[in-house]
Design a protein around this ligand. Sequence first.
Ligand SMILES: Nc1ncnc2c1ncn2[C@@H]1O[C@H](COP(=O)(O)OP(=O)(O)O)[C@@H](O)[C@H]1O
Ligand SMILES: CC(=O)N[C@@H](CCC(=O)OP(=O)(O)O)C(=O)O
Length: 299
Amino acid sequence: MTNSTIDPAMLAKAETLTEALPYMQRYAGRTFVVKYGGHAMGDPELARDFAEDVVLLKAVGINPIVVHGGGPQIGAMLKRLGVESQFVGGLRVTDAETAHIAEMVLAGSINKEIVNWIGTAGGRAVGISGKDAGLVTARKVGRDEADALQGIERHVDLGFVGEPVGVDRRILDTMSDAGVIPVIAPIASGADGHTYNINADTMAGAIAAAVGASRFFLLTDVAGVLDKEKNLLTDLNPEQVAALKADGTISGGMIPKLDTCIHAVENGVDAAVILDGRVPHAMLIEIFTRRGAGTLIRK
Ligand SMILES: Nc1ncnc2c1ncn2[C@@H]1O[C@H](COP(=O)(O)OP(=O)(O)O)[C@@H](O)[C@H]1O
Ligand SMILES: CC(=O)N[C@@H](CCC(=O)OP(=O)(O)O)C(=O)O
């Protein structure tokens, strides 16, 4: 049969698969950490696409590890329960009651929902938090907030907001060996026995560094890092990120996100990629095609 008798649409599908082949060969056996943000979770269609992508990675021999957020979902639950919540420097001030609710939402409903999507897509996922098998040990975060009005620095107690100080990867290796996809909620215990609420980007970055991930994907609600004219910056190194911070091109939630990426690439992760979680199959396009997507951060 010659090309002229083949349906062009079928041929294009076959070419998509052959285009993916060298990437599948390159990445087989590697570990990818995927941070799935709360904003990217709202749409059930996109959630299904995301779960399919994760299952496909596993099927071609990559070890995906999912770390999820859920900030908007915690906010909604706090509102329902009439509990006030405020953010300082992108972190939710977390009293004992808020920590309890954050754990309920993150390690409870959201974690199991993602496990369910992955199961529906034909994968085997196990949902855990940083507490399980001592995966992550946290310590309390201290923060100095500049009081812009008075021009003074004052220490803000964020309560039970934690940062990872240790990662014991053994449970992740056990799960990977058993063909299981870990789904991790950003909650951990401190050496003091308290439960800590951890920013999901920070949690994912610590896990990516601890496992020496080949790729660290952060799915968010923008196309990637944008310049002042709103054009996508496809590649950045730590020096360029520092310049973008200094001239005010990046602000808000993008600052801690990029800090996390730089920390990860300076601690054993090959590359971090900020991706648009609103684009169906954004991860597959980035990993398996020549086009790529989002912003790649590398040393
Ligand atoms: N230069 C920039 N490029 C892209 N996004 C930026 C930039 N500067 C600030 N941002 C903001 O950062 C946000 C992403 O961070 P964040 O809201 O914390 O994401 P998530 O909730 O997914 O973790 C974007 O929605 C955007 O408003
Ligand atoms: C300390 C802190 O701020 N924790 C976050 C944890 C969830 C999170 O980071 O979710 P997203 O990735 O969806 O924003 C919070 O309470 O909202």
